[in-house]
Design a protein around this ligand. Structure first.
Ligand code: CP
Length: 331
């Protein structure tokens, strides 16, 4: 390790590490849900993500994790999360290995706990995508390296953090930004509620009563909102949620691994993001989606591909936030 200079930044491989690395709050920790992160942790991740983004845009090498290896184990398909972790680790000077759970010995009965013990002996951290959050927790309990939730049915924390980074880049200050989430009260909704409230956003969720987010997670988000001045609102009126919003967000009406449920689709249909919904946001209000999206189902094509859609800008921020997570936990 290089010494600390008068600037207060540590030198590493010719590049300066973000100050949050020195703060060390996240070093060695797992992130299984948004509830694992304090307001200070979220601020560190956002600052570090912005700094890493700037370095990449300047084509400035940033091999802070040279010699480190990330393992990925995924039960579900992925385009963004897998690529963001793998490309991000390479850009940080490290390496990444990928194991599809369906190609592993777990298909022949090897336990999640044994898999975690084995992977921990090969790699410095593991990104895991499990269908059930309990499986994520079981894996992390037997791992001896940091484990990142790369999506479970309950939380998608790095997605939400990446979305906050995209919003901060656009609106500069997150405090008081109104984010309206319309549709299924699912894992992405849970993470946006908790991380959004932690960062001081006003998160308004519109969902039918039978598909609202888990009340325990809403209560946790409300408790966090009380600190940094955020606000949480749950309604069944999509127009009320979107009124004056800075961003309207939605997700697919049928999550990965869920059986097709026509009754659920019918119940969520009024929560489709339409041009009429976007018309009640504040001028300059943007459309967000974690992707992949089903145009015509949860969002009108004209909104999805219209001038107010920032879905690809949002997806780009996955890379910067995944790198921030890796750097702050492993740096
Ligand atoms: N939003 C998201 O997690 O995308 P992937 O499933 O492609 O990783």
């Amino acid at each position: 390790m290089g010494g600390r200079g008068g600037t207060g930044v540590r030198e590493h491989g010719g590049a300066a590490l973000p100050p949050a690395v020195d703060a060390g709050r996240l070093r060695g920790r797992s992130v299984l849900s948004d509830l694992d992160l304090s307001a200070a942790d979220v601020a560190d991740l956002l600052d570090t993500g912005a700094r890493l983004k700037a370095m990449r845009l300047r084509h400035e090498p940033h091999p802070f994790l040279a010699g480190k290896t990330l393992g990925l184990i995924f039960q579900h398909p992925s385009t963004r999360t897998r690529n963001a972790f793998q490309a991000g680790m390479e850009q940080l000077g490290g390496h990444a290995t990928f194991l599809g759970a369906s190609e592993s010995q777990m298909t022949r009965g090897e336990t999640i706990a044994d898999t975690a013990r084995i992977m921990s002996r090969y790699v410095d951290a593991v990104a895991a995508r499990f269908a059930r959050h309990e499986e994520m927790e079981e894996f992390a309990a037997s791992a001896s390296v940091p484990v990142y939730n790369a999506l479970s049915e309950r939380f998608h924390p790095i997605e939400a953090l990446s979305d906050l980074l995209a919003l901060r880049e656009r609106f500069e200050d997150l405090k008081g930004v109104k984010l309206a989430y319309l549709g299924d009260g699912n894992n992405v909704c849970h993470s946006l509620l908790v991380s959004g409230a932690t960062a001081g956003l006003h998160v308004a969720v519109a969902a039918p009563p039978e598909h609202r987010p888990d009340p325990a997670i809403v209560a946790a988000a409300e408790a966090r909102a009380a600190g940094p001045g955020g606000r949480v609102e749950i309604t069944d009126d999509p127009f009320a949620a979107a009124a004056g919003a800075d961003a309207v967000y939605t997700d697919v009406h049928e999550s990965m691994g869920e059986p097709t449920d026509d009754a659920k689709k019918a119940s969520l249909a009024p929560y489709k993001v339409t041009e009429a919904i976007m018309a009640v946001t504040r001028p300059g209000g943007v459309f967000m989606h974690c992707l992949p999206m089903r145009r015509g189902e949860e969002v009108e094509e004209a909104v999805a591909d219209g001038p107010r859609s920032i879905v690809f800008e949002q997806a780009e921020h996955r890379l910067h936030m995944h790198k921030a997570m890796l750097l702050l936990t492993l740096g």
